[in-house]
Design a binder for this molecule. Sequence first.
Ligand SMILES: C[S@@+](CC[C@H](N)C(=O)[O-])C[C@H]1O[C@@H](n2cnc3c(N)ncnc32)[C@H](O)[C@@H]1O
Length: 216
Amino acid sequence: MRELFPGVYAQNGLFYTRNSLKGFKVHGEKLLQDKGSEYREWNPNQSKLCAAIAKGIKHMPITKESKVLYLGAAHGATPSFVADIVGSKGEVYCIEVAPIAMRDLIAVCEKRGNMIPILADARKPEDYEEIGSVDVVFEDVADPQQAEIMNANARFLSKGGYALIAIKSRAINSIEEPAHVYAKVKKILAEAFEIEQEIPLEPFEQDHLFLVLRKK
Ligand SMILES: C[S@@+](CC[C@H](N)C(=O)[O-])C[C@H]1O[C@@H](n2cnc3c(N)ncnc32)[C@H](O)[C@@H]1O
């Protein structure tokens, strides 16, 4: 097992995290035993963060002991891999607006000590400001105002803090050329962030651009 980044592993072209709860799976992923540790297969077709890793992210800001604000936690699949990476001394604040997804999310969080479910709208960061400052903001909400949501949540980062965003072109404008959509989104994000890396997510996700951002 080769460690690509702290807590992120690869073997034979597949990606893994070290399972912090032996036997735990979110969606039937394979578990692999290696030298006394259990690894959980992380599928880049099912997780935009894993797709960004597969496509060559240069700097992975989510690391051991990170405190992460995760916007659009859905059923807790990718957040659970983030929870493996940050480990027991890290924290993952999982923001989700849909009550139905929240039910599954709570079930995942209950099994893990470092995931905190929060039923809230990511457009209203004032509703969860008690989380305090974080090391990384991660956003995966398919919303026409993705960039504005990220800028609003930049308040949780210090200068130089990192943010990661998966931009879904079709959710912002279903008919406009993705390159034009990305240009507009980047302009809005530039109010609060410098762009450190741009990663197109094809072939794992069509018309998605992943950005590594640093707070100005
Ligand atoms: C593409 S899914 C996220 C998948 C998840 N990141 C994963 O990889 O497991 C997008 C999620 O964002 C949520 N969402 C959309 N708008 C939101 C908002 N304004 N605030 C919080 N969550 C939102 C949706 O309900 C949905 O569950």
